[in-house]
Design a protein around this ligand. Structure first.
Ligand code: GLA
Length: 981
């Protein structure tokens, strides 16, 4: 029986896939995509990445894919964890091989020069834990099959020589094909092994404990070669762009989906902007230098280098400005042990790629596990690597236990971003407990001093720029709340005295929407390394035999051009690689929370909607209070059905009225919580986190649902699908207002800190797949959840409940350090605002909110005719500049302005428009104007003031400045400059 083509379901789209798509569809390689940054969480398959049929037509690659399959599939199925011999074959379909060739051509074992032994049986045994059915589909027109997505399984070439990970395992279980296991998809390098560097020398390092059987040199397994295009969320320029394979149930998976009878109006479309970015994958971004057994990773303005040491360790060499391959020898000769240490650690953390707990390591470690025999020390050594496009995976294998740590590096060449993560693989027969698993540690070069910049805060005062000199010791930024929290963003920048436009800056950010930890450890000798990952607070993550877990991604940025450039790089990265619908203009929002709070009634909402539409709003969101039992905070969360007293016919009439007014319609939800006074809790009191013998902690009068439990996830998907299908709902504000406490889901003995976040991601992904047109705003009591992980699944975030336009400026200033303005919602609310009671004029309130995504959140029923007219003018003006604001280059101009002035400029992606904002809460000392020097303009260009017609040269604006009037209290200005043709 010839094997079917193995489908490679990578955790996210690979460059290889882009190539495949290019060949299939002619699309441009490297188009901005909406890849998910966060990792799947290894033990659960990613549902959202499955798109299209995994048949041969999808498989296109320049080289012939090498497939591997078990010699005896029946035995593999019957005897779980049995080691099976794999056969190799070249796939001649999909354009490989001679015309007319069909099927898979087996390569005789003798030709491979090796025997492949894979842990395929382990995959079968661990099926329940390893993966889930992601798709049932037709296999070659006749046999109905199921496709499972599993985590990568290790393959080993025997005799031992190389150990290589080859990506996902694809299983098909068909009716007349009891078990077919295909391990896909690898390339055989087809060349002799590098004898010295990797062949026998390496073999000796790995098996120095007596298992030093000499064997013939073996080939390396290279490149993932078979790929299925991943789903694209929010493809640029597509007005209704989410394309994800819908979940179809056949005996497995979640309950059937109840489709709505509601007919969706399709007359409203979101605005698109012309393509703003283009990226080209640079296949030379990652180089292996065999002479030194070193790796050189290069992107725009940076290099990162490390090497395999003689003892099998991974020695860090460089993270900083660009270097050439010829520099690596010098790096290797540079003995980092010149420095003494106050920590007495050996080796020192800044010399290692992975700081594992074990030996004399006393610096901050990244990885700690406990083996079944109680041993809590690791002893990992290099075992092989794989380069696929701009991603490098280096496998470290424990010298005693069947345990791997696979370090992944992915270069985003154009943004100068390096993404890292670590996969932990238990290949053994006993469980391993993970106690600490950071995504990466980042060694920084020696500098005489270090300054740290981070975004600290609290509820209603999030993302305050905080800058301190680092002293010897540890800077620990973290959340223990189960969400990223308000206390700090999982983001950190370090410099040795950089300014806005000059100096080196290193920065890291974690794509994780749960508890996290960033540690900057500075030794007395000036050596600094940063560890970033999930928080090990109360963490106990058992890895069952044959399973793996992958940490979330941590992204690192280096720039030599100061904090402006750092901001640009983070913004570009979010636009190109993180946020869905990267090229779609965000709508002007109206949200009714501060207008009506819990008193949500159809009549008042319609009145608000009429007024909002009159101002130019494009999306109308009904906040908390619309659902059954929700008269106040005490009840109703969990039952996502409209309050029958107020909405006897459901939400459809209101939604349709909003649509008639020309706006999209959205509602607020808090899916992860449940009120004790709710139908859901009465039916399923066991679905929350709780200890049987301890009191349950209520927070904002709710419990937290255990999304670690599949039935809870299925219920939420069904409930949200029911809601979204019951009325033409276009958007959700997805909130969470409580921390994770009592960390036990009553089922799984492991601590649920990670499963909860992975469960949330799964629920969002499934809801998005079912309702691809729906947009989502992320909120957690304001800005408690605004990390790269959630941002890869939501269109924008709500940075703070504090809508005081003055205080908002500081919040926005910090937010923009880490995040692009096209993710930053801001509302104009009533004066005085309900939290701070401050009175601020309408103009200042609008100008402040126009620095991000403009929303309106005031009680428009009480606004005067003049206020409504003024508001409408501001909305019109905003629409004129919003492409520039949402997708432009941001410059903070404060450094050049008086202390009481906040100023910033946005330059359109094509340089054609500038929007300059200036604010002063109370102008003093007879000052009537400020002179703001703009940055990064074309000195030879002429810029025309859109209001006055005044013409300024770029040189004048940069070197002398733009004079902006600011007088009195709550003075603000918006100057729009158009570049003369
Ligand atoms: C949280 C959010 C607010 C609002 C309320 C509703 O506090 O941050 O914006 O949605 O919940 O209860």
């Amino acid at each position: 029986m010839p094997p079917q083509v193995a489908a490679q379901l990578e955790h996210r789209r690979e460059p290889l896939v882009a190539e495949a798509q290019q060949q299939v569809t002619g699309r441009q390689v490297g188009q901005p995509d909406a890849e998910r940054v966060a990792q799947p969480g290894g033990q659960r398959a990613r549902l959202d990445r499955v798109r299209g049929r995994a048949d041969a037509a999808d498989v296109v690659h320049r080289k012939a894919p090498l497939l591997a399959w078990p010699d005896d599939t029946t035995a593999a199925a019957a005897e779980p964890r049995r080691r099976v011999q794999l056969r190799l074959g070249v796939d001649q379909r999909a354009g490989h091989g001679r015309p007319g060739d069909a099927g898979v051509h087996e390569i005789p074992a003798v030709q491979t020069g090796c025997r492949l032994v894979g842990a395929v049986g382990a995959g079968l045994a661990g099926l329940g834990r390893l993966g889930e059915v992601v798709q049932r589909h037709d296999v070659h027109g006749s046999v109905e099959g199921e496709r499972y997505q599993l985590q990568p399984a290790p393959l080993r070439l025997e005799p031992p020589g190389e150990r290589e990970r080859v990506g996902a395992v694809d299983l098909r279980v068909g009716d007349d094909e009891p078990v077919a296991v295909h391990v896909g998809a690898v390339h055989h390098a087809g060349r002799p092994a590098r004898r010295g560097a990797v062949g026998r020398g390496h073999h000796r390092r790995l098996h120095r404990r007596g298992d030093d059987r000499a064997g013939p040199p073996v080939g390396q397994l290279h490149d993932v070669a078979v790929a299925v295009p991943a789903p694209e969320v929010g493809r640029a320029g597509d007005p209704d762009p989410v394309v994800v394979q819908p979940w179809r149930r056949r005996g497995h998976g979640p309950p059937p989906v109840r489709r709505s009878s509601v007919r969706r109006r399709r007359t409203l479309t979101w605005n698109s902007v012309p393509r703003l970015v283009s990226g080209v994958t640079d296949s030379t971004a990652i180089r292996h230098l065999p002479d030194h057994d070193a790796f050189l990773l290069t992107g725009s303005g940076f290099s990162y280098a490390f090497a395999v040491g003689a003892d099998g360790s991974l020695r860090h060499l460089h993270w900083g400005g660009p270097l050439g391959a010829s520099d690596v020898a010098a790096l290797l000769g540079d003995d980092a042990r010149d420095f003494g240490s106050n920590t007495w650690s050996h080796p020192r953390a800044h010399t290692e790629e992975l700081v594992q707990h074990g030996g004399r390591r006393l610096d901050e470690t990244a990885l700690k596990v406990e083996f079944a025999d109680g041993v809590r020390a690791l002893d990992l050594a290099y075992a092989g690597h794989r380069i696929a496009g701009d991603e490098l995976a280096v496998t470290l294998t424990d010298r005693h236990y069947p345990f791997d740590a696979v370090l992944s590096y992915r270069v985003r060449p154009d943004e100068g971003v390096l993404e890292r993560r670590c996969e932990l693989v238990n290949r053994g027969e006993h469980p391993v407990v993970v106690d600490r698993a950071a995504s990466a540690s980042w060694p920084l070069p020696w500098r005489p001093r270090w300054e740290a910049t981070w975004l600290a805060g609290m509820y209603a005062a999030e993302t305050q720029v905080t800058r301190r000199a680092l002293g010897p010791g540890r800077l620990v930024l973290e959340s223990r709340r189960g969400i990223p929290g308000h206390a700090a963003q999982p983001w950190l920048a370090l410099d040795a005295g950089a300014g806005d436009t000059t100096g080196e800056v290193w920065s890291v950010a974690l794509a994780w929407s749960g508890s996290w930890r960033l540690v900057g450890e500075l030794a007395f000798d000036g050596r600094l390394h940063v560890t970033a990952g999930v928080n090990d607070y109360d963490l106990r993550l058992p890895l069952a035999p044959g399973t793996s877990w992958t940490t979330p991604v941590v992204a690192g940025v280096y720039t030599a051009a100061g904090h402006d450039d750092l901001t640009d790089r983070w913004h570009r990265y979010e636009r190109r690689h993180v946020a869905p619908r990267p090229d779609t203009i965000r709508p002007v929002l109206y949200n009714s929370w501060e207008a009506t709070f819990f008193d949500v009634r159809p009549e008042s909402q319609v009145e608000l909607a009429r007024r909002a539409a009159g101002l130019g709003a494009e999306l109308f969101v009904v906040d908390d209070g619309w659902f059954a039992g929700r008269d106040d905070e005490s009840a109703g969360i969990g039952d996502w059905t409209p309050d029958a007293r107020r909405f006897p016919d459901g939400l459809a009439p209101l939604a349709e009225e909003v649509h008639r007014l020309g706006m999209r319609f959205g509602v607020w939800v808090e899916p992860e919580s449940v009120s004790p006074d709710s139908e859901l809790f009465r039916a399923h009191p066991d679905w929350i986190f709780q200890w049987p013998t301890r009191p349950r902690t209520l927070a904002r009068q709710t419990h937290l649902l255990a999304l670690s439990r599949p039935e809870v996830r299925d219920h939420l998907v069904t409930a949200l699908d029911g809601l979204l299908s019951s009325a033409p709902i276009d958007a959700l504000k997805w909130d969470l207002n409580r921390p994770l406490t009592e960390a036990s889901d009553g089922v799984d003995a492991s601590s649920p800190w990670i499963a909860q976040v992975e469960g949330l991601y799964e629920v969002i992904d499934r809801v998005r797949a079912l309702h691809p047109g729906v947009w989502i705003e992320s909120c957690a009591s304001g800005g408690g959840r605004a990390d790269l992980g959630i941002m890869s699944r939501t269109e924008w975030t709500w940075p703070s409940d504090n809508t005081d336009a003055l205080e908002r400026l500081a919040i926005q200033h910090g937010y923009l350090r880490a995040h692009s303005p096209h993710t930053m919602m801001a509302w104009v609310t009533d004066s005085p605002t309900y939290l701070t009671k401050r009175e601020i004029p309408l103009r200042f309130r609008f100008h402040s909110a126009m620095c991000g995504l403009l929303g309106i959140g005031g009680n428009l029923a009480t606004w005067s005719t003049d206020e409504l007219a003024g508001a409408a003018e501001h909305v019109t003006r905003y629409k004129h500049i919003r492409t520039t604001v949402q997708f432009g280059t941001v410059r903070r101009l404060d450094a050049d302005a008086p202390d009481d002035v906040t100023a910033l400029s946005y330059q359109a992606p094509d340089g054609g428009q500038l929007a300059v904002f200036a604010f002063a809460p109370s102008v003093r000392h007879l000052r009537r104007t400020v002179l703001l020097r703009l940055r990064d303009l074309d000195p030879a260009a002429v810029y025309v003031d859109a209001d006055t017609g005044a013409r300024h040269s770029g040189a004048l604006l940069m070197h002398h400045g733009l004079r902006v009037p600011l007088v009195g209290d709550y003075a603000s200005a918006l100057v729009v400059l158009d570049r003369a043709p």
